[in-house]
Design a protein around this ligand. Sequence first.
Ligand code: SAM
Ligand code: SF4
Length: 401
Amino acid sequence: MPNHDLEQNDTSSRSSTRRIRLPFFCMQVSFTAVSLDATIAYAHIHRSTEIFVNSIVGSIGNASPLIANASPMIDPFGRAVTYLRVSVTDRCDFRCTYCMAENMTFLPKKDLLTLEELNRLCSAFIAKGVRRIRLTGGEPLVRKNIMFLVRELGRHVMAGTLDELTITTNGSQLARHAQELYDCGVRRINVSLDTLDADKFHAITRWGDMSKVMEGIEAAQKAGLKVKLNTVALKDFNEAEMPEILRFAHGRGMDLTVIETMPMGEIDEDRTHQYLPLSKLRADLEKQFTLTESTYATGGPARYVTVAETGGRLGFITPLTHNFCESCNRVRVTCTGTLYMCLGQNDAADLRSALRACEDNALVYAAIDEAITRKPRGHDFIIDRTHNRPAVARHMSVTGG
Ligand code: SAM
Ligand code: SF4
């Protein structure tokens, strides 16, 4: 199969795992080979995944067929998992102060799934009931040849096997990709923008140029993409600017979602200095605007209100002041094929080994099924002076927002 991911042409990542060519009936006739290979592949991954491998070996011993199929993913709390977020790279051309430290160590390229592998993994999730996929990062549009993956996933949208393909971007590269995104079947995108002041923008992103983002938003709207703005609420940074950002977004036909900072990964600052509870932000906005609860939902975690004065929608993502977990339908896959069942927890499952162990998807399905049994009820982020350490060590750019 051609490798469309020129960044990942390095074959060392593939050769580290012995590939077995197994036909579609591999689970029936090749258990011994799979068990050996799977045992090697899983030797250094999570404890619970080891249990899963043991269960494969156990089922072989009993000569009973392994139950691994593309059945729907229902977690222990009865929630159906239908939404997949895929972080296609942990790299970014910005260094937003709340997201990353200035000097970041990124994953070696050899550890990344190729774009073909990411496509195969996404297709496996679609077969298991995922109806929405959001590509994120890091900055998804800085991954070389990312449009290959967008095109491939867009085919599922055209075929009706996927309801929606979306992307969250910082907008820096959007102008040159907007039309193609639309042509591939993308209809909605999220663009992150924390201020309308070019100097403040440069300060918060460390490296960003706001005019490029504005060009990107314009190009996206011209191409027919529905744009939503994402703004992280930051104390003493954009708190006073929120009414202006709201009018800017709604004046251009864009919804706005405000997000509380989440304690993910070490950054160069003290997070307690940045944290602005959205309950306070909302109370401040209500002094100027009439906010009415809305039943509008996009499948994501935001709760929406309509703003009478602008006629637009305002979403709140409140992981800290108001836990949004009870209706969680999401899982996240990173660019190395690690599956996180919760944004705010460390537990994970390695899908890369399963993906590379067999060209058939049976092992991938089984690994996903096992992981879904571990999806927790929710996270418990806390930011205050006594809990001033990241709740999870990885940065948001690893699992995507
Ligand atoms: N680079 C793209 C972007 O900025 O839109 C996509 C990835 S970024 C990690 C996704 C979203 O997460 C952005 O809206 C960003 O502002 C938000 N984000 C990043 N770090 C965050 C944090 N610690 N707390 C809350 N939101 C965060
Ligand atoms: Fe990059 Fe997005 Fe993180 Fe900013 S929020 S550093 S743009 S990944």
